[in-house]
Design a binder for this molecule. Structure first.
Ligand code: ZN
Ligand code: ZN
Length: 337
């Protein structure tokens, strides 16, 4: 005789991130906990000082690079697809396609399966393994770009716009704002794929994670630190910098700058304008509207929990697709990308 499967909301709860009761562990906890399972290395998901951390080896490497000794007491590596028992729950990490090492957390408990996707995207990314859809009973999705207006153009098109600008303004230094973890390295691989073989110059804040990606086997092509390079030598070059640096004093030392920014938010004109961005490049590590809705279809879950962004429209869309859907209020997550 089979017992009826437990109700998902009875065993996975929004508490300091997500708390899985029968396993006594948190997923992406918002403060330090006894036992944490981490989806990926971004700061609002991976935090320091847990007693025990389970994550992919790449995510653990990122946490070590960021937190040093405070990365966690005991760090346990999970390979993609490896089933690991914690308490009464089987935990499996599978690729999320978001940044290096990013994982969806698949939870199996008494015949019921919940997938916590973390942040994800569906587009090709040479720096990480592609999102692998898992059939499940409940799929927890992010909704960073959960509005129909967010449709990211093809990545190659956006990179093409940068290269075109470089050809038109060969004397100007093109500074592009990119997030240090993920976007920076993916941007470099996209330039290389489009045949750009010149050295790319890096703001100091981007160097450590680029080194880490390289150590993990990701080829970024020739990159050089920007520091100490003569102003003249940066004419007609591409410089990558954290988004906050593209308009500060640091950028004023560069020759005749074109300010670019690579982010899904560049779809919103006012945001680009407010940041003084002349060359907005719509390149995101999060699923756009079409990717979100396609993913709901691919995972075949009758029930969707929506978090991390614009919940409302995606909930409505899921309901129109005949699915049960509700908002899952998780506090402590930032509007990253
Ligand atoms: Zn993220
Ligand atoms: Zn996030």
């Amino acid at each position: 005789m089979h017992a009826t499967p437990p109700k998902p909301s009875d065993w996975l709860k929004a508490k300091k991130g997500l708390y899985c009761e029968p396993g006594s562990f948190h997923i992406d906890p918002t403060g330090s906990v006894d036992r944490a399972v981490i989806t990926h290395g971004h700061g609002d998901h991976a935090r320091p000082n847990h007693r025990h951390v389970l994550a992919t080896k790449e995510t653990l490497a990122i946490m070590r690079a960021r937190f040093g000794e405070e990365a966690g007491g005991h760090l346990q590596t999970a390979a993609y697809g490896e089933r690991i028992r914690i308490g009464e729950v089987d935990v499996t990490l599978v690729p999320a396609g978001h940044v290096l090492g990013s994982a969806q957390i698949v939870l199996d408990y008494r015949g019921s399966r919940i997938v916590v996707s973390g942040d994800y995207k569906r587009r090709p990314d040479a720096t990480c393994a592609p999102f692998a859809p898992q059939k499940c009973d409940v799929f927890i999705t992010e909704a960073t770009f959960g509005l129909p207006v967010f449709r990211h153009p093809p990545d190659a098109h956006e990179i093409g716009r940068l290269l075109h600008s470089l050809r038109l303004f060969p004397e100007r230094c093109h500074v592009v704002g990119v997030y240090a973890l993920g976007k920076c390295q993916r941007f470099l691989t996209m330039l290389r794929r489009r045949g750009y073989g010149e050295p790319v110059y890096l703001h100091g804040a981007l160097i450590a994670l680029c080194d880490l990606y390289r150590e993990q086997g990701v080829d970024l092509g020739p990159v050089l630190p920007c520091a100490g390079v003569a102003r003249e030598a940066l004419k007609g070059r591409i410089v990558l910098a954290p988004p906050g640096a593209t308009n500060d004093r640091w950028a004023r030392k560069l020759p005749d700058v074109v300010v670019g920014m690579a982010s899904g938010w560049m779809r919103v004109r006012q945001r680009a304008k407010a940041r003084g961005v002349e060359l907005p490049l719509v390149i995101s590590d999060h699923a756009d509207w079409d990717e979100l809705t396609a993913t709901l279809r691919d995972v075949g879950a009758p029930e969707i929990w929506v978090t991390h962004g614009r919940e409302e429209a995606l909930i409505l869309q899921a309901q129109r697709m005949g699915l049960r859907a509700r908002a899952l209020s998780l506090v402590g997550f930032e509007e990253e990308d």
